[in-house]
Design a protein around this ligand. Structure first.
Ligand SMILES: [Zn+2]
Length: 264
């Protein structure tokens, strides 16, 4: 059976002298793998289309085992992602997270859209760190974690001061702080920002201009949830950590869109 799928390359693995095994996240079938014969050879017509982050339309011959990629056409090139080291690093993080978090090949259009919008936003030069952080919060339910962020995880109150509790995986109101001795205190702005990351659409998050420390703080919370609850630890993370430690080599461009700032 020959299937046409719209997909994004999450990962490739060399196979033999000249072939690649390509992992795609497709709109139609979710995560799938396909053999791309000859794709390692630069002259192959499959070489360009099987690069990481490629968003394309692929023709896949489905047999009993792994499918075979027959041809592909690029839909969007995401050029900026390939040209900018920081964009590459965060895009790598996004595709690796989605590859690790999704286990089976069930079609989940919401994940496809999230991936496509995230790469599009990074390619459009939105703050890649904020985009990656957004994807991290959004992917929690995919791994079976549903943090309680709309109310207190213990008493259900929606008013008051809130802290984050890893034990409850969610917010605790000031009346319930004693429930968990290891709560992380949050400012109202941080509470709002975490809710934003978890609930709103990506195009709105992309417009946020966030301070480096704010992103670091929110990132630490979500990453601790992943590490404690899922055991997911990403390879691309160590490269991002190195980038963070060497800011002088990678001067940051100022984000042109400054519609919102946290910390009211
Ligand atoms: Zn409470």
């Amino acid at each position: 059976m020959l299937n046409r799928v719209e997909g994004i390359v999450l990962k490739t693995q060399d196979y033999g002298e000249s072939n690649k095994i390509v992992t795609l996240y497709s709109r139609e079938f979710g995560k799938i793998t396909a053999m791309a014969r000859g794709a390692k050879k630069p002259a192959s017509r499959l070489a360009a289309i099987t690069q990481p982050f490629t968003y394309g339309s692929f023709l896949i011959q489905q047999g009993r085992g792994m499918g075979t990629m027959q041809q592909g056409e690029q839909i969007e090139s995401y050029r900026h992602i390939r040209e900018d080291i920081e964009a590459t690093a965060y895009a790598s993080f996004v595709v690796e997270l989605i590859n690790r978090a999704v286990e089976d090949s069930t079609p989940q259009p919401a994940i496809f859209n999230l991936l496509q919008q995230a790469l599009h936003a990074i390619a459009d030069e939105y703050d890649p760190e904020a985009i990656a952080l957004f994807v991290e919060w959004k992917m929690l339910p995919v791994t079976g974690i549903y943090p309680t962020l709309h109310q207190c995880a213990n008493c259900g109150a929606t008013d008051g001061e809130f802290s984050f509790s890893f034990q409850q995986i969610g917010f605790l109101c000031h009346r319930c702080f004693a429930v968990d001795p290891y709560i992380v205190r949050l400012t109202p702005a941080q509470v709002k920002l975490i809710r934003t990351f978890y609930t709103v659409a990506i195009d709105q998050v992309g417009k946020l201009t966030l301070k480096k420390e704010t992103k670091k703080f929110i990132k630490k919370i979500v990453r601790t949830i992943y590490e404690e609850q899922t055991g997911i630890r990403l390879k691309s993370q160590s490269f991002l950590d190195q980038l963070d430690r060497l800011p002088q080599y990678f001067p940051k461009k100022e984000n042109p869109s400054t519609s919102q700032e946290e910390g009211e």
